[in-house]
Design a protein around this ligand. Structure first.
Ligand code: ADP
Ligand code: MG
Length: 398
């Protein structure tokens, strides 16, 4: 389906649900991160791309302080069929963190964060109907897509004039402070700022960004996402523990963030760290920042194939040093490499979710089959494999 057709469908459903036409329709994509993991929570570098999968939101302003939100997926999950029981209905002026609004906390949190940032106009309220093709909980940032699409819609409807970068920061604040998830800035920045045909090279300390052209097909290559469809429950606590360990490492080294440790000084820095766990976390973060720089240099030199081994190193680092992989991600990576992929690594926060695979175009089917066979042999549900084509960032559709 084209983006316009999807937008018209969401707009039509909005009209059925709310009895009037929306003021507009917006889209924001999910993302997959090529390289640079857990670096954004250490002030470092990342290099994601936007997926063709998007959250699409039809939105109309209100002036009575009411916020109503429907999600096609949440309505379907509730078994509501053609006539869902009603939108999530909230009071825009009294929204506060910890309100227990479930999935609706993502869009509601954005309205709250804009209000907190002084944009009182949004307290007038809004009707939202959204529908998303971003797989949820797969490490592909379905949450950031919801937040960014809401932020962009409110920005346009109220003429707030905020840049894509500011909207991403608002989205992160919504997720951190309203939803209560301590995520970094990469996900909303990727959703808001990525460009078609490019990777986003992002310095997460000052949000300096550079669009790096990435045309795998022109090199006879393909980038694949392997969604393992597993998500281990220990992920949330482990994420906070990794962040705390990295902060302890930065404190022990006398720097604000691990971003401030140059790769050349890594051996000396490691010698100064007594705790072996902290030492391993520091080694991951500093070396992954370096892998982002190496990947950027390879791509700028036109050596897309050369990125393969960097991905493999990145996975080993996440697996053995940061210890955020899991058997299913390791299996996806090893089966992809065994099937002839040039490189593969887990992507996102880990403990399940997705891997990213770089493969020769004529090996793509064989690699996909190898991954499927490996999962079947272990009695695991079939993973979902699809091409990661660098797509547009958040935008207005109608
Ligand atoms: P990820 O961002 O990696 O997909 P998260 O746990 O951060 O995983 O976000 C997933 C959550 O986002 C879901 O549990 C749900 O609350 C919310 N969400 C994502 N997409 C939708 C949708 N289409 N409708 C309702 N809620 C959604
Ligand atoms: Mg998320």
């Amino acid at each position: 389906m084209t983006a316009t057709a999807a937008a018209e469908e969401v707009a039509a459903r909005f009209e059925e649900l709310y009895g009037r036409a929306p003021d507009g329709v917006w889209a924001a994509p999910g993302r997959v991160n090529l390289i640079g993991e857990y670096t954004d929570v250490n002030g470092g570098f990342v290099m994601p791309l936007a997926l063709p999968h998007t959250a699409v939101a039809a939105v109309a302003r209100r002036d009575d302080g009411v916020l109503r939100i429907h999600s096609a997926e949440a309505d379907a999950a509730a078994g509501a069929g053609p006539a869902p029981p009603g939108a999530v209905r909230l009071d825009a002026a009294t929204l506060a963190p910890g309100g227990g609004t479930g999935w609706a906390a993502y869009p509601a949190g954005v309205l709250w964060a804009l209000r907190e940032a002084g944009h009182e106009a949004v307290a007038g309220g809004v009707d939202i109907h959204l529908s998303s093709t971003v797989p949820t909980g797969a490490g592909l940032s379905s949450s950031a897509a919801l937040e960014v699409v809401t932020a962009l819609a409110l920005n346009d409807l109220h003429g707030l004039g905020l840049s894509a970068q500011r909207l991403a920061v608002v989205a992160q604040r919504a997720e951190n402070a309203f939803v209560g998830v301590p995520c970094g800035v990469m996900d909303p920045m990727a959703s808001a700022c990525c460009a078609e045909g490019h990777l986003l090279h992002l310095d997460t300390r000052d949000l300096t960004q550079r669009q790096v052209p990435f045309d795998a097909a022109a090199h006879g290559l393909r980038l694949l996402v392997v969604d393992t469809r597993v998500r281990h429950a220990l992920g949330d606590g482990a994420y906070a523990e990794r962040r705390a360990g990295c902060e302890a490492g930065a404190a022990a080294l006398g720097v604000t963030t691990l971003r401030d440790v140059p790769y050349e000084e890594l051996p000396a820095a490691l010698e100064r760290l007594a705790d072996p766990v902290v030492r391993a976390y520091v080694r991951h973060v500093v070396s992954d920042n370096h892998r982002v720089a190496r990947t950027k240099a390879l791509l700028e030199a036109g050596d897309v194939r050369g990125v393969g081994p960097v991905l493999v190193e990145g996975h080993a680092s996440l697996r053995h040093d940061l210890r955020v992989s899991c058997p299913e991600l390791d299996l996806a990576v090893s089966a992809a490499l065994g099937g002839g992929a040039l490189g593969a690594r887990m992507t996102g926060g880990g403990f399940g979710g997705s891997a990213v695979v770089l493969v020769d175009e004529d090996r793509a089917d064989a690699v996909t089959a190898a991954v499927a066979a490996a999962f079947a042999a272990e009695g695991l549900a079939a993973p979902r494999v699809f091409p990661a084509v660098p797509s547009a960032g958040a935008r207005r559709l109608l």
